[in-house]
Write a protein that binds this ligand. Sequence first.
Ligand code: PLP
Length: 555
Amino acid sequence: MIKIPQEFDTVAYFSMEIGLESDMRTYSGGLGVLAGDTLRTFADLNINAVGVTQINSKGYNRQVLDENGNQIDSPDEWNPEDFLERLPETTTVKIEGEDVKIGVWRREIESPEGFTVPILFLDTDLEENKERFRDITSRLYGDDRRYRLSQEIVLGIGGARILDELGYNIDKYHMNESHSSLLSLELLKKQDMDREKVKDLCVFTTHTPEGSAHDEFSYGLVEEVLGDFVSISELKELSQEESLHMSLLALNLSGYSNAVSKRHGEVSKQMFPEYSIDSITNGVHPPTWVSESFAEVYDEWVPGWRSDPYKLKHAVGIPEEEIWEAHLSEKEKLIDAVNNNSEVEMNDRVFTIGFARRAAPYKRADLIFQDTDRLVQIAKEKGDFQVIFAGKAHPQGEKSKEMIGRVTGHIRELKDDIKMTYLQGYDMDWGALLTAGVDLWLNTPERGREACGTSGMKAACNGVPQLSTLDGWWIEGHLEDVTGWKIGLEPEETPENAYQTDSKDLYEKLEEYIMPCFYADRKKWVRIMRNAIAFNASYYHTHRMVGEYLVNAYT
Ligand SMILES: *Cc1c(COP(=O)(O)O)cnc(C)c1O
């Protein structure tokens, strides 16, 4: 195991969402899945840590697609009692001038060696609370500003207080995205408003290059909801004049801040030029994302890969047949699951492309449909292929819903020529099946807009190569024709009409390189699969990532 001396007592890891199990609906996507992988890795590496999040008892959004392929939303309830233990301790915060009591649930992650990391889930659904406060912690990313600010008071201020209540001695508070920034204000008050002392305690990770995705609240609302917790004039100094900007607050009160890939680091520095922002590229937790078939192969050829995933570089020595056999067995599982969950009848001998991610417009799920004639032509001339899509839109995300509508429309329009489907309810289980079972992982974000992306790393854990625009982690993990392929220009080049140039290049890559290689040069194909493991799975893992946090952020 990688041993790094721990020079701090305990780190508290705050995240609005944490994905621990697929059916515990406490997560919406990448941010939560990363948080879960990080906490599992803390346990693996014997790091004293505690996770803090909210209960999200009504989940994020249960997605159903109607017969026209339009998303229908409903709450995604789950039963905390099936997964968590209720603790007797409580704490209170003030919201709109009233006391709101917060209860807490706990779950422990246990490493194979028996080291545990507890995770605390805050819950305001208590009888003592006024009706309007009882569902503050139930819905992840509610759109209403007042509701969101109330949630962030519970997470940041309530979270810090519950740790005190439970007797934790925390000397690093890690804010995984700015939803927990108010915790820095709670610490500021405890430290007699000494900002330098708070900076010693706080670490901040920013996760999005999208300006509009950074939380902001008007001072009018702050005054109503948070009251005079900290004076508005001081808040303006700690954030900005126009509004309470949660990322600026976190940047001003953290001794260390980072972005989540090298490229995202550069973009973040442009967004916040007055701050020093480091970068630590995300990773995934291999024992969680390596499929059963590949785990068996690694156990035989790369013993010790679970506790030291750097060893996966030794995948270069795995015989090609074993890689291919393991892949075929995962592909069969996926195609069975897809056929059981949709009308389409897919075939596990056909080249299969996977695209699963939030339906955010910048991710361009519809890029592959820019020229549908050409797409059909490729299927006729280069061999069959099939495409599996998945991904939810935020309930208020009209543009994302339109994206799903467009993609499902194209799927229907081309149904006699190319087998394609849009799965309902993308979650961690589907994420694991898809990233292990497809032949090619497709990723098409607009340049500069993907902070990192982690699903391609899960694919690499299972020997699935990626075809992607050069953005996020792919700028670092891409070796053309070795670990996968790029779409379009170099990251620093800005194409005139990106939709057109990128889609053209996507078709060309499929026609000229990828499909011929898959169908006519299987030996080379399997070598690329093996390279994805040896070069990328061996490096883009949370053991490396947590090591970087230990050295750069926590000490
Ligand atoms: C891994 C994962 C993500 C994040 O993947 P991206 O590449 O960042 O889109 C999102 N949702 C689920 C369910 C996942 O498993």
